[in-house]
Design a protein around this ligand. Structure first.
Ligand code: ZN
Length: 138
């Protein structure tokens, strides 16, 4: 069995940002030389997500606005922020959007459904954050 591990680092310009990382994951799969197997991609921080959706016009902004309604940035009204942090909202957004994705590799390529792409969701950015890619297979 082959395995390949790679870390991506992000330091987003904005506090909240969604970044399409499909080509970087495809690059890691290509480097692994795995033809049949699995690719795990996970955010290594509890205020960021990795998820699969579509690269369509307006959709990233729709996700961010929807998340802001569910878990608004609010320094005063979260118990976690009594610790002196201000990122309770980001912990909640991460949980809604998920920690990781696993995609099958078939014939050396990510075996996506129609329109599927991989995104990094940052909810407390402007500092270095990492994503882990682990490819295993034959
Ligand atoms: Zn926190």
């Amino acid at each position: 069995m082959k395995s390949h591990t790679k870390y991506l680092t992000f330091n987003t310009k904005n506090k909240k940002e969604i970044v399409n990382i499909t080509s970087q994951v495809e690059q890691a799969v290509s480097e692994s030389r795995v033809k049949e197997g699995f690719c795990l991609v996970n955010a290594m921080h509890i205020t960021a997500s990795v998820f699969i959706n579509d690269e369509e016009s307006g959709l990233k902004q729709d996700f961010l606005e929807w998340l802001e309604k569910l878990a608004p940035y609010d320094v005063e009204n979260y118990r976690h922020n009594l610790t002196g942090e201000d990122n309770a909202h980001a912990h909640l957004k991460r949980t809604i959007m998920g920690r990781e994705v696993i995609v099958s590799i078939t014939g050396g390529k990510l075996d996506f459904g129609p329109w599927e792409q991989i995104f990094y969701g940052e909810f407390d950015g402007q500092r270095n954050k990492r994503v882990l890619i682990k490819v295993i297979g034959e």
